[in-house]
Design a protein around this ligand. Structure first.
Ligand code: GLC
Ligand code: CA
Length: 601
């Protein structure tokens, strides 16, 4: 018999570490595509207010709104021209005040998107900065002189590629002052110079402005890019056929990142009760992650790690690539991040969709008419039973799909997709195979997939805007069958089955009822080797559950339950009236994309 000392230590999150933002369900609104109320075909702030009861009913606690600030919309509002005003296409500051009031009335919270790695080229700070080398704001951005090659041709200061158009340089030439400025994303998004204390103070003021208006935190856009290695050296050549290379080694988690984050925390965040989540691409290093999200470190509550949403990228290459993956890859990531946060007192965010990613049901499962709902319910069961703060992206709760493969490239509006397609046309003109590949990659990976208008009803334009309006982006062709109203009107489409929406609603409710397990409990993956099934155990002092997910379109006889005995299967994505006939130990017969949640002894 094992002595108490030899017993495995259980890693629950102790109750004095419980926080509202850990238990919160956050719903991301991509405002242009959420709901239009004035018939201009563009979603707006009153549209969000109109849907608050829908969100409350789903089980949402916090609403994160992608940028609604004044912006020329070169990158859909991630290019901000005024941090303290609203773009007229979305409404007014008063509309936001009203939104906050209505959100609070329903006991929910609002989180804003903070985009401070860069501004718009139309921001007053940049207009001033580019006006002359003597401008008092010159040093608010990153300016460098040109280089010249052997033939005397002008070249950018280094070989970094632009992130939203990898065929181009990250540097933009300014004719007037004859220097380059750094613009990692697009030329319309000049990077701020965080080395300058005045820039940091100006950013702190932006946070205070919104916190004092009643918002409860921030999603911080590419926040780990704010500190750059000041040598601005050339990046290593990783990608063939490209003059410009990924420069993330020089700007992702740069030398002063933690100092800057701690300063924000000390000077601003510590004075409020906030939820903070930092978008953190490129970084996999566990120590770096914990330095940001470790409870003792006073930087951010949590980050968006990219492991799962990069799963089908060619490693080290850009995002618009295709790479095969299976359940083992997913398990490896889930296991690593779940254990990391438990063992080192950090915190996860649970998400597989947002405005930069394709639709999860299309990407990770099978979005055919036959399997779409099974896939969507499977992904819900996975997310609602993992530890971390839950993020649901608009439309995910009804299982919205990618755009159909038949759409012409001209339907894609996002600057990243447009640049990608242009690159393929320039580099491979006349090469039909490459052109077909470009279309295929866009349909699988483009950000536009998540940006089509939310499908509310089966009415024209899916009820997103009025019948005679023209939505800014085409509505997915499937809206007559895939829409919120159909699922709300018919939560039980057939006995034993829940609509995707009803499944989400119940899943979020169940997660909260059992937060000791699903939010705060321990985690153990069951078998890392199986290529098709993802399964794990979650438990607290009170209860234990097992989640079993068949990530394949095949029948699988799965025998890795080990000595786990299921007391009762409590949820499944097939007919739940028959769920009790499922094996409770030994070999489990799983149907294509079958997902099960069981209470274990
Ligand atoms: C983030 C945003 C994305 C934007 C980029 C530049 O990744 O989520 O939409 O294009 O930052 O701001
Ligand atoms: Ca509108």
């Amino acid at each position: 018999m094992s002595s108490p000392q030899q017993k495995k230590k259980h890693l629950y999150v102790s109750t004095d570490k419980h926080r509202w933002w850990k238990e919160a369900v956050v719903y991301q609104v991509y405002p242009a595509s959420f709901k239009d109320t004035n018939g201009d075909g563009w979603g707006d702030v009153p549209g969000i207010t109109e849907k608050l009861d829908y969100l409350k009913d789903l089980g949402v606690d916090v609403i994160w709104v992608s940028p609604i600030y004044k912006s020329p919309q070169a990158d859909m509002g991630y290019d901000i021209a005024d941090y303290e005003d609203i773009d007229p296409s979305y409404g007014t500051l008063q509309d936001v005040d009203n939104l906050i009031k209505e959100i609070k009335k329903r006991d929910m919270k609002l989180v804003m998107d903070l985009v401070v790695n860069h501004t718009s080229e139309e921001h007053a700070w940049f207009l001033d900065s580019r006006s002359s080398k003597e401008s008092s704001k010159r040093d608010w951005y990153i300016w460098k002189p040109a280089k010249y090659d052997a033939d005397g041709n002008r070249q950018p200061p280094n070989n970094w590629a632009q992130i939203l158009g990898e065929a181009n340089s990250a540097w933009t030439w300014d004719e007037k002052t004859q220097e380059y400025y750094l613009s990692l994303f697009t030329p319309e998004q000049p990077d701020l110079n965080w080395e300058n204390p005045a820039v940091r103070e100006a950013v702190h003021d932006v946070l205070r402005f919104w916190l004092d208006r009643g918002v409860s935190g921030f999603r911080m856009d590419v926040i780990n890019l704010i500190s750059k290695v000041q040598s601005f050296g050339d990046a290593e050549i990783k990608v063939e056929d490209n003059k410009y290379q990924p420069g993330d080694k020089f700007y992702a988690n740069g030398p002063r990142l933690h100092e800057f984050l701690k300063e924000i925390n000390r000077k601003v965040l510590s004075k409020y009760d906030t939820l903070t989540v930092g978008e953190m691409p490129f970084v996999r290093d566990e120590d770096e992650i914990i330095r940001v999200v470790g409870a003792e470190n006073e930087e951010l509550n949590m980050i968006f790690a990219f492991d799962i949403v990069d799963i089908d990228n060619v490693p080290g290459d850009f995002k618009y690539t295709l790479h095969p993956w299976d359940a083992r890859d997913l398990k490896e990531i889930i296991n690593r991040l779940q254990r990391l946060m438990l063992e080192r007192d950090g915190w996860n965010s649970i998400f597989i969709e947002n405005h930069d990613q394709p639709r999860s049901v299309s990407r990770y499962t099978d979005d055919s008419d036959e399997f779409r709902e099974y896939g969507a319910r499977l992904l819900c069961l996975m997310q609602t039973t993992l530890a971390g703060t839950m993020y649901v992206y608009q439309g995910e709760e009804i299982g919205m799909r990618n755009v159909p493969p038949s759409w012409e490239p001209s339907e894609y509006k996002d600057i990243e997709s447009v640049n990608f397609f242009k690159k393929y046309q320039d580099m491979y003109s006349g090469n039909e195979e490459k052109q077909a590949l470009a279309r295929k990659i866009m349909q699988k990976k483009s950000r536009d997939n998540a940006r089509t208008p939310v499908q509310w009803t089966a009415e024209p334009h899916a009820g997103f805007t009025s019948a005679n309006a023209k939505p800014w982006m085409r509505v997915n062709d499937d809206y007559k069958t895939v829409n919120a109203k159909a699922q709300l009107d018919n939560a039980n489409p057939s006995p034993g089955y829940l609509s995707v929406h009803a499944f989400w609603k119940r899943g979020l409710e169940y997660r909260k009822e059992n937060k000791d397990v699903f939010v705060y409990g321990d985690f153990e993956v069951l078998d890392l080797e199986d290529k098709k099934v993802v399964a794990y155990k979650r438990w607290s002092e009170k209860n234990a559950f097992v989640t079993v997910l068949n990530f394949s379109g095949e029948n699988v006889a799965w025998d890795k339950l080990g000595d786990l005995k299921v007391k009762k299967w409590v949820a499944g994505n097939y007919d739940e009236t028959e769920i009790d006939s499922k094996a409770k130990s030994g070999t489990l017969d799983l149907r294509p994309w079958e997902a099960l949640l069981g209470l274990v002894e």
